[in-house]
Design a protein around this ligand. Structure first.
Ligand code: SF4
Length: 320
């Protein structure tokens, strides 16, 4: 029996962003330089494949500093950023800390600190419970930041002084939803201050734009990413709200429910910023076993962003 045809539209940019590449490099360089184990607070990036690979190389993942049994080993903070209590706890234990917070998240921290120093109350647009939100809120004393998630929250906001208000956002939000929330804030509080350019990062924006470019042409969109990856979940939503009838988040090829492929002539494929390309390649291979696959790459733009490693790791030497 000849295999049925399947056209695959591969969105680009997709997959690893510069902040994720840097965070993974930091753990790998720390292992090279200081030997095993290197402790990492929280998943360095939200991807099980990446975390498992680093565990295999000697990284040990913990959720809190007090879980680290050996005070002589380095600890790396994840790309999502951490509240100030975390480096303070590491300092109390005299741990050697390496910060893998993405520079674009660190920039949001700086904005929040600046607005606070200028006397503004801060509105953070983000998702409750996400580590990046916990990290950003934890840059300032309790009560200095109000988290809002929706347009309804923006409508209900009742600040003490509407003239001294500023907003910042999580970096991995939906561009369209955030625009609606910001418009509501600006209508209700014309004096509100915000970032010169949106806090949503270039990688989140590019991956969403690339999905929009293919969403109307595909019968099914698969997004490779973890269920706790904010930017991956947003890609599913962006696909569905831009003309794609079905979209699903899969961590690996093993999560694919092949019954979803019934009636699918064109498949869209993309990956969140923490998902490695090998997971996309495995899906293409699995499709090729079932279908006569033809791949078309839809490249919206090339990405050239890269971030420097922390100074202590730039000249990594193997452990003695
Ligand atoms: S998604 Fe954006 S903010 Fe998050 S690590 Fe990547 S570049 Fe940095």
């Amino acid at each position: 029996m000849p295999k049925p045809p399947l056209k695959v539209l591969m969105a680009a940019p997709r997959g690893f962003c510069a902040g994720v590449v840097r965070a993974i490099d930091i753990v790998e360089r720390a292992l090279e330089r200081y030997g095993k184990p290197v402790y990492v607070r929280h998943e360095i990036v939200h991807n099980k494949y990446v975390v498992d690979e680093l565990k295999r190389k000697g990284a040990v993942f913990v959720e809190e500093i007090d879980e680290i049994p050996d005070g002589r080993r380095p600890v790396v903070f994840s790309a999502h950023g951490v509240p100030r209590t975390v480096p303070a706890a590491a300092l109390r234990r005299n741990l050697f800390q390496i910060d893998a917070t993405c520079p674009l998240v660190a920039k949001v921290h700086m904005e929040a600190l600046r607005h606070h120093a200028e006397g503004s109350h801060i509105v953070l647009i983000g998702h409750n419970g996400h580590p990046e939100v916990i990290g950003t809120m934890g840059q300032l004393p309790e009560g200095a930041i109000t988290l809002i998630e929706t347009v309804a929250d923006a409508e209900a906001l009742a600040p003490r002084d509407p003239k001294r208000l500023a907003y910042v956002t999580q970096t991995t939000l939906s561009i369209d939803d955030t625009r609606d929330i910001v418009q509501t804030l600006r209508r209700r509080f014309p004096a509100i201050r915000g970032p010169y350019k949106e806090d949503i990062c270039y990688a989140t924006a590019n991956r969403q734009e690339a999905v929009k470019a293919i969403a109307g042409r595909v019968d099914l969109l698969l997004v490779v990413g973890a269920p706790n990856s904010s930017n991956s979940k947003r890609l599913v939503e962006v696909g569905l709200s831009n003309g794609c009838r079905r979209a699903a988040l899969v961590q690996t090829v093993r999560d694919i429910d092949w019954s979803m492929f019934r009636g699918v002539a064109t498949l869209g494929l993309t990956a969140g910023a923490s998902a490695p390309e090998i997971l996309i390649e495995e899906i293409i291979k699995a499709c090729s076993r079932r279908y006569q696959v033809s791949v078309e790459k839809i490249t919206l733009r090339e990405e050239t962003v890269s971030f420097k490693l922390p100074r202590e790791l730039r000249e990594a030497k193997p452990a003695a």
